[in-house]
Design a protein around this ligand. Structure first.
Ligand code: 13P
Length: 250
């Protein structure tokens, strides 16, 4: 049966020194938590953070990676480099990658397959824009992102996939989807995964919610049947608010 995963996406915040300090504060929370705990610092913070969390239960993820293993790709970071640091997970297809940097479902799928090939877990983000929601297309957009993002994967591969549903209009805006609205999409995404793979895969896949998750709303969101954790931006940047999120079920 699936577990919960509370994850902090630090985005482009924290210097290397600040990142190490925050990671050290999170280690005891992760060790004592009754869910999985993950943080995703920026690339330059990864070496220091990997060192700081050694031997703990805290999972460290990269926020992105290249769709190629190596070569003339200025400014990119390879899965081989992440592996060398001991990084075990990568966030892919975040809405900021899709909508600020123009990543397509096809490129994201290449990255997903490359990460799995090298044994990394993947946190694949999906979610609709406000205009897509208003046009009644929220499900359709998420389904396409799931179908194309997970194309070519086996049922076994799916044991290394976490999905994060992040409605773009709720990210960093203070507007959270209501637990019922989020649950509706989570339930539909789980059905879509069952269609693409099977019921067992769908039941075992963690589907996180992301978008203005805070200590004040985390309990209500996590109480929903199909919400299995959170991918959290703003509220993950301070130890005390992240601790409240990690301990949502205590
Ligand atoms: P906020 O929690 O700041 O809305 O960010 C959500 C997010 O994009 C996490 O990946």
């Amino acid at each position: 049966m699936r577990s919960y995963m509370i994850a902090g996406n630090w985005k482009m915040n924290k210097t290397p020194a600040e990142a190490v300090e925050l990671a050290k504060a999170i280690v005891p929370m992760a060790n004592a938590a009754n869910c999985e705990v993950m943080i995703a610092p920026s690339f330059v913070c990864l070496p220091g953070v990997m060192d700081a969390v050694k031997g703990s239960k805290l999972i460290v993820a990269a926020q992105n990676m290249a769709n190629e293993e190596e070569g003339a790709f200025t400014g990119e970071t390879s899965v081989l480099m992440l592996k060398d640091l001991g990084v075990k997970m990568v966030v892919l297809g975040h809405s900021e990658r899709r909508h600020v940097y123009g990543e397509t479902n096809e490129v994201i799928n290449e990255k997903v397959k490359l990460a799995l090939k090298h044994g990394l877990r993947v946190d694949l983000c999906v979610g609709e824009l406000l205009e897509e929601r208003e046009a009644g297309k929220a499900e359709e957009v998420c389904f396409e992102q799931l179908e194309k993002g997970l194309a070519g994967l086996s049922k076994k591969d799916m044991s290394n996939i976490v999905i994060a549903y992040e409605p773009v209009w709720a990210i960093g805006t203070g507007k959270t989807a209501t637990p019922d609205d989020a649950e509706a999409i989570h339930g539909s995404c789980r059905k879509k995964i069952a269609q693409l793979f099977d019921n067992e895969v769908a039941e075992n896949t963690i589907i996180q919610y992301g978008g203005s998750v805070k200590p004040e709303n985390v309990k209500d969101l996590m109480a929903m049947k199909n919400i299995d954790g959170g991918l959290i931006g703003g509220a993950s940047l301070k130890a005390d608010s992240f601790e409240a999120l990690v301990n949502f079920n205590k």
